[in-house]
Design a protein around this ligand. Structure first.
Ligand SMILES: NC(=O)c1ccc[n+]([C@@H]2O[C@H](COP(=O)([O-])OP(=O)(O)OC[C@H]3O[C@@H](n4cnc5c(N)ncnc54)[C@H](OP(=O)(O)O)[C@@H]3O)[C@@H](O)[C@H]2O)c1
Length: 260
């Protein structure tokens, strides 16, 4: 199947590792030009080199910290005049906390990145998508949107808000050929899940492998997802072939979310 992605221009956030990197690679494998964004220049450069070498597509990168208003102001100034076909929104995940120990600073940082700055980034690119009558806006969230995850209060609170925003946006822009969808990872193996499981293992006095086994046993498919399995879904939703999917909130979770 030709996904119609050759030479489409994709801007991918959180692209130096994990789900963002996998999404960028999958889009590159289908011939899209890639622009990577994250904070760590060394990691971005490595991903850029790998993409150019393996997929022979143009790939560039820039460093912005999504929690910092000044960085997002700079992003808006630079990218306002540029045109992209595909936007993959993806921010760093909030640390564990609960209703009693979440600090004001913790809230502010992630309200900035997950909500306010994601909205600003999206609005910056929507104008040129509208002019072209084509666009794909994808936002990586979490299974916690549907089934809140213990001890991830900030994520559980803010991700439904950005989901509501994206759903409303989809109502407004789908008539211009722009689809807007959110994607909920369940448990996909990345640096973040590796660290989360290591810290769970340390707390419980068990090995890392035991922590993974216990966590996997709760997933109907009985294993963690691979980042490529997630990236390929992003790639399909970004494609010409997904032109009638908009306003959806899709699970990539091996059945982890238990409701229908
Ligand atoms: N993996 C899962 O199973 C899972 C499940 C539910 C939800 N999620 C969510 O999905 C998102 C991606 O997760 P992941 O597993 O791919 O995590 P990851 O491997 O830690 O990757 C996070 C990416 O975001 C970038 N990033 C982090 N903070 C940033 C900031 N302030 N500004 C700009 N870029 C930033 C990181 O690069 P730099 O450090 O270079 O900036 C990295 O490229 C997170 O929000 C996570 O909470 C993941």
């Amino acid at each position: 199947m030709d996904l119609g992605l050759k030479s489409k221009k994709a801007l991918v956030f959180g692209a130096s590792s994990g789900l963002g990197m996998a999404s960028a690679k999958s889009l590159a494998a289908e011939g899209a030009d890639i622009f990577l964004i994250a904070r760590d220049e060394k990691k971005l450069k490595d991903v850029r080199d790998e993409i150019e070498k393996n997929y022979s597509v143009p790939c560039d990168y820039a460093c912005f910290d999504m929690t910092q208003v000044v960085d997002v102001n700079n992003f808006v100034n630079i990218f306002m005049s540029k045109s992209f076909d595909i936007l993959v929104n993806n921010t760093g995940g909030p640390p564990p906390s609960n209703s009693l120990n979440t600090t004001y600073d913790g809230w502010e940082k992630y309200i900035n990145s997950i909500i306010l700055n994601t909205i600003r980034v999206t609005n910056t690119l929507v104008t040129s998508m509208k002019k072209k009558n084509w666009g794909r806006i994808l936002t990586i969230t979490s299974s916690g949107v549907i089934q809140p995850i213990d001890n991830l209060l900030i994520s559980n609170t803010l991700r439904p808000a950005i989901t509501g925003y994206m759903k409303t946006l989809s109502n407004e822009v789908s008539q211009y050929g722009i689809t807007v969808n959110t994607i909920m990872p369940g448990r996909i193996m990345t640096n973040r899940t590796l660290q989360v499981n290591q810290s769970r293992a340390d707390k419980m006095g068990i090995t890392y492998d035991e922590a993974i086994n216990r966590s996997s046993s709760e997933i109907p498919i009985k294993r963690y997802g691979k980042s490529e399995e997630f990236g390929d879904v992003v790639c399909f939703l970004a494609s010409e072939k997904a032109s009638y999917i908009t306003g959806s909130n899709l699970r990539v979770d091996g059945g982890l979310i238990r409701n229908i």
